[in-house]
Design a protein around this ligand. Structure first.
Ligand SMILES: Cc1cc2nc3c(=O)[nH]c(=O)nc-3n(C[C@H](O)[C@H](O)[C@H](O)COP(=O)(O)OP(=O)(O)OC[C@H]3O[C@@H](n4cnc5c(N)ncnc54)[C@H](O)[C@@H]3O)c2cc1C
Length: 320
């Protein structure tokens, strides 16, 4: 119930304006966000790299509403690629297709994505397409397949959400094309017609898909971690749930999958202890590093995932 309300509020413009005006909200949000500028975020990535962790940078923002904004966001993303390249940090990039026009003008979105991937290709960088809510799924996959088949880019990967019933089928098709996958549980509120309502079922589906991914990773020609961590392997588990990670590790051992083919991804500011301990065991660990001024919906989804975060946020307001 609380989760539903928070996810609803994450899309409410009036709440966005209200929360973003509270300086303390910004301070609490910065637990999950690596700063408002590209320079601050690069500094965070540099520190992660020093600790043996890789990154995927994300300029916050979603659902652009006009063409000029989508083109401007594309320009901003090109600046991030330039800065990753110039600074030499070990990071890829994550983007949301609604940032660059999906849902408003899908042809423009495809053209913007092609521009981003062409530039990333020249710099030997990898770009991950985040998965947004159910309404965007079909069009996201459509743009992905066009970009792979018609534009022939392969420096791009997808996200699959285990809460969706259809994900086990989607993954089979994506793996046939050696798609690099980040498996997550799913951060949005979806109806029972399309997604498992119970957490236990989402977790069970996560484990089943993990096995599908690792069976692919067990093939000798399945791509491993590359270019000093700038390129991920086919299998990346995007979770902080130790039971899911342990299942992945156990299954990889059973199937003889080497550690550099099982990447664990976590969000900036969450379970740093676990990030470090997995990296020390020799697993590639990649941290999702969001930055920028448009932190509101991202922050609300993080609150929705863990009620304790909300109580921390509310009690901070009263402590002031
Ligand atoms: C790298 C990465 C990329 C992602 N990309 C996407 C995407 O493209 N699309 C999408 O729909 N979702 C994405 N997500 C979010 C994901 O779907 C989940 O909502 C989120 O990861 C929480 O689920 P969990 O797997 O950590 O498991 P949970 O069962 O929710 O949590 C397990 C444990 O992790 C810790 N934890 C989890 N969330 C939080 C939090 N917010 N604050 C503090 N502790 C927490 C707690 O200790 C909790 O007990 C991404 C997640 C990661 C890690």
């Amino acid at each position: 119930m609380l989760r539903t309300v928070l996810i609803y509020l994450s899309k409410a413009e009036w709440m966005r304006r209200l929360v973003m005006r509270v300086p303390l909200a910004r301070r609490v949000a910065m637990r999950f966000v690596a700063g408002e500028t590209l320079e601050e975020a690069i500094e965070v990535v540099r520190k992660l790299n020093t600790g043996g962790l890789y990154a995927t940078m994300d300029q916050l923002g979603e659902h652009t509403t006009n063409q000029a904004q989508a083109v401007q966001t594309t320009e901003d993303i090109l600046k991030i690629l330039a800065e990753i390249d110039r600074s030499g940090v070990r990071s890829g990039l994550s983007i949301k297709l609604t940032q660059v026009g999906l849902g408003m003008d899908n042809a423009l979105c495809e053209a913007n994505l092609a521009r981003i991937l062409k530039d990333a290709q020249k710099k030997n960088l990898f770009v991950r397409i985040d998965m947004e809510d159910w309404e965007c799924l079909e069009s996201t996959l459509e743009v992905y397949w066009k970009i792979r088949h018609e534009h022939k880019f392969d420096n791009v990967g997808m996200v699959i959400q285990s809460y969706l019933y259809r994900s086990e089928e989607d993954i089979a098709a994506l793996l046939e094309a050696d798609t690099k996958i980040r498996l997550v549980k799913g951060a949005y509120k979806e109806p029972a017609e399309v997604a498992y309502p119970k957490k236990a079922d989402v977790d069970a589906a996560f484990d089943r898909i993990t096995r599908q991914l690792l069976e692919h990773a067990a093939k000798p020609d399945s791509p491993a971690l590359g270019d000093e961590g700038r390129w991920p392997p086919v299998t990346a588990l995007g979770t902080h749930d130790e039971a899911r990670i342990n299942y992945g590790i156990k299954t990889a051992e059973e199937l003889g999958v080497p550690r550099e083919k099982l990447e664990i991804q976590m969000l900036h500011g969450i379970r740093r202890d676990l990030q470090q301990s997995l990296a020390a065991q020799g697993y590639p660990v990649r941290v999702y590093v969001p930055f920028g001024t448009e932190w509101y919906p991202y922050f609300m989804r993080r609150l929705a995932e863990r009620p304790a975060n909300l109580w921390f946020f509310i009690s901070s307001l009263f402590r002031k």
